[in-house]
Design a protein around this ligand. Structure first.
Ligand code: ATP
Length: 239
């Protein structure tokens, strides 16, 4: 991530956000939990069922997972759109470059495009591509910030996010939140898409209907407390 920062892909705040993620990753034992697996399965179902899915890529996502993001986009025939919190032409170019190096050909949200604006947001963060997020029914937005997540959901989008912090506004607002490290999520999500892509649509709808994001977030939070706080407490009592 430091290299990505030096290469201009990340803003300095991106490094701080990464640190927040690492702290929560420690609390889940740095592995994919059963609750994250349930969310990944629901996310795969939603992406397969989507009519106009889009993957929104920011600096952190590009730095951590470009090759996997590009593979997922090809697997689902989904468009990729660059959306940066601190947008500068140079940073957009850096993200575009890393996505192209990973094999992406069709990239939305670049500087030569005339953007449309998402209601409820101000400045460059309100940008969306007319052919991308603006018209999408399902948006995969890993590591998103709360304002944008809220605006997307208010705009009627089905929002799938990846966020290690189950208490963030994004986590609480999204339709599906995968509480896990993006680096571990991407290969799992691609496997799940492969497993589910030939299933009956009704089966996928049932899978999706049975997913309860708030319950899943609560379970992830409980797991964080049980794994560390409660085990430590028992340990103290035994001593
Ligand atoms: P919000 O605005 O949603 O309340 P925030 O202010 O923390 O939260 P951001 O900094 O935009 O918003 O969000 C980045 C989120 O991504 C943080 O919640 C952080 O924990 C999480 N995060 C950082 N790195 C990773 C990672 N590798 N995998 C998954 N989540 C991560």
């Amino acid at each position: 991530m430091v290299e990505a920062y030096q290469a201009g892909i990340l803003a300095d705040s991106g490094l701080i956000a990464h640190g927040r993620g690492e702290a929560f990753d420690y609390l889940i034992g740095e592995k994919t939990t059963s609750y994250a697996k349930t969310a990944i399965q629901a996310a795969a179902a939603a992406l397969i069922l989507a009519e106009r899915p889009v993957i929104s890529v920011n600096g952190n996502t590009a730095a951590l997972s470009s090759p996997e993001i590009v593979k997922l986009a090809n697997q689902l025939n989904t468009r990729l759109e660059i959306n940066l919190f601190y947008r500068t032409p140079k940073r957009v170019e850096a993200v575009e470059k890393i996505l192209k190096e990973a094999g992406a050909v069709d990239i939305l949200g670049t500087e030569d495009e005339i953007p449309v604006h998402i209601k409820g947001l101000q400045g460059p963060r309100s940008r969306a591509s007319r052919e991308g997020v603006y018209q999408a029914d399902v948006v995969l937005v890993p590591l998103e910030d709360g304002d944008r997540a809220e605006a997307l959901v208010s705009g009627g989008k089905f929002v799938i996010t990846v966020d290690l912090n189950p208490l963030s506004r994004t986590s609480k607002t999204a339709s599906i939140t995968i509480v896990d490290n993006l680096v571990r999520v991407m290969p799992e999500l691609r496997d799940e898409v492969d497993k589910l892509k030939n299933k009956d649509k009704n089966e996928l709808k049932i899978l999706l209907d049975n997913f309860d994001n708030r319950k899943n977030l609560c379970n992830s939070l409980k797991l964080m407390a049980e794994t560390y706080l409660c085990q430590d407490a028992n340990h103290v009592i035994r001593m």
